[in-house]
Design a protein around this ligand. Structure first.
Ligand SMILES: [Zn+2]
Ligand SMILES: [Zn+2]
Ligand SMILES: [Zn+2]
Length: 510
């Protein structure tokens, strides 16, 4: 049956265990017009991630060119599975490889075919993960070019798939149910060669089953090819654009993440700095009174009209007999007759010193107050060093605050840029929002983690998975923040727009 197109290019996506290799083999045989009797498995190295082959090596994307009987060419771009058991990092490599391969090998595609096991009611975790990846990788313009082929569906009763388990954007996608007759055919071939020979009737029954399956599959494939032939050819430019946008968004997110982390580090340092400043200020305050002014009383002579007997013993300053009634005498010996020594006492009644320590003066002892400045040198040193330290710290603090402000400014700019990118992305991608891709990835990764726990996979692998989930949650948080800000911004613009409109209306009414 001739096609309108001379070439069909199909991106084939499918996980381990959905029979991708067998499906490729089937396409090869059917397209080449090989009659059932001559069917042979074609050794195509299909990518089945996590399969025996990929355990040690990564199979990259691969384009298979299948020459068709009708003169057209079917090109199948087989992709590595996007739910690599070796980890999420591998999936990123696969995504990059697929985008790169598409960019280098084809300018247009006709369809994306997703192979899934149709006997399961719900998509396997791996397939769900793959679909969320696909939703993020392919542009919305491709929505009519995406189809599902459910494999292993022997008859309508064994088709269990609930389309509700598909992501919203893919629920209306066309799907075909198939049971690849190739495996049965090969079994039949083996049975024919058996020695002793298999019962003729059994062989006949096998042949009947296989050819019935073949006819059914053939009809489905013709339908699939017709659908492919009717698809509007899609440029792959947008796939590349989307991939590059994703990379830009990713690097923009990681910019924000690292700036946030650096800002946090500096904020913590600033808090420590403030504590140090407070400490130095306290030291400064405690030692601020290193200079103490003390009042000292000095004993001095105050002139008097009469003469007095004063004690001149060191430190005594006693006015032992004011207005002494003895005649003024410079002879200390005569002072033994002073009232202070009455009754021949050898010591002064008032101060207890000997007469020789006394003398007549026309003055008396009085205390004169004098202020004296005392400097506590150790305290002064502490004050000075605390002052210097807190001044230095203050400079550091201001520098730090400046840095933090510049980081915050940079983050704000990054967020703005990120917001704009996400908006553009949401217009282009099948999945709609970038946050949607991340949150569905998180959801599926959590399921994968549960799966790992059930299967008792290594603690190490589980930790890596949890780590990846945490990173994604961080990313999601950042994206959500950005979206919130953008929406708030849009809201303001809209409200302002509304105000402007009502103003204009008001003016017009006037
Ligand atoms: Zn005395
Ligand atoms: Zn006297
Ligand atoms: Zn005395």
């Amino acid at each position: 049956m001739p096609w309108k197109k001379t070439q069909l290019t199909v991106i084939l996506i499918g996980e381990t265990g959905v029979g991708k290799t067998a499906f490729l083999s089937l396409l090869y045989n059917v397209c080449a017009g090989v009659p059932l009797e001559e069917w042979a498995p074609v050794h195509l190295e299909a990518n089945e991630a996590g399969g025996s082959k990929s355990g040690s090596q990564t199979l990259g994307p691969m384009m298979y060119t299948i020459p068709c009987e009708n003169g057209s060419t079917l090109r199948i771009l087989d992709t590595p599975g996007l739910a690599d058991t070796r980890g999420v990092e591998k999936d990123e490599e696969h995504k990059a490889a697929i985008a790169e391969y598409i960019k280098n090998h084809t300018e247009t595609i006709d369809a994306v075919i997703i192979l899934a096991n149709g006997t399961n009611a719900r998509l396997g975790v791996a397939t769900q993960y793959t679909l969320s990846m696909i939703s993020g990788m392919f542009p919305h313009s491709l929505v009519d070019n995406i189809g599902f082929v459910f494999t292993m569906v022997a008859n309508i009763f064994s088709f269990n798939f609930e389309s509700l388990s598909l992501p919203q954007e893919l629920r209306n996608a066309r799907h075909w149910k198939m049971d690849n007759p190739l495996a049965q055919w090969l079994k039949y071939q083996e049975a024919k060669k058996k020695d002793p020979p298999v019962d003729e009737e059994d062989l006949d029954e096998m042949y009947e089953t296989v050819s019935k399956g073949y006819r059914k599959t053939f009809t489905h494939l013709i339908d699939l090819f017709t659908w492919l032939d009717d698809r509007q050819v899609q440029p792959t430019k947008e796939i590349n654009e989307l991939y590059e946008m994703t990379m830009t968004i990713e690097s923009s997110i990681s910019n924000v993440v690292s700036r946030l982390e650096q800002t946090e580090t500096r904020r913590a340092a600033l808090i420590a700095l403030k504590a140090q400043i407070a400490e130095q200020n306290q030291i400064k305050n405690i030692n601020a009174k290193y200079r103490e002014i003390i009042s000292k009383a000095d004993w001095v002579h105050e002139p008097t009209k009469a003469h007095n007997t004063l004690c001149v013993a060191g430190g005594c300053y006693s006015n032992c007999h004011l207005a002494c009634n003895l005649p003024f005498t410079p002879d200390r010996g005569k002072l033994a007759n002073c009232f202070a020594f009455q009754n021949g006492s050898p010591r002064c009644h008032v101060c207890g010193h000997e007469p020789a320590d006394h003398q007549h003066y026309r003055s008396r002892w009085v205390q004169a107050m004098r202020q004296e400045v005392i400097t506590d040198k150790a305290a002064r040193a502490r004050f000075k060093s605390a002052k210097t330290a807190s001044e230095d710290l203050e400079v550091m603090k201001q520098e730090m605050e400046k840095t933090i402000r510049s980081y915050e400014e940079a983050i704000r700019k990054d967020q703005e840029q990120l917001g704009a990118l996400c908006l553009r992305y949401s217009h282009l991608a099948l999945s709609g929002s970038f946050a949607g891709v991340i949150s569905s990835t998180i959801r599926v990764l959590k399921m994968r983690l549960e799966d790992m726990k059930r299967k008792g996979q290594s603690k190490d692998a589980q930790d890596r998975m949890s780590g990846n989930i945490k990173i994604l949650e961080k990313k999601l948080h950042i994206i959500r923040e950005v979206e919130k800000k953008r929406e708030a911004g849009d809201g303001i613009v809209k409200r302002l727009g509304g105000v402007a409109q009502s103003v204009v209306k008001g003016v017009l009414r006037v």
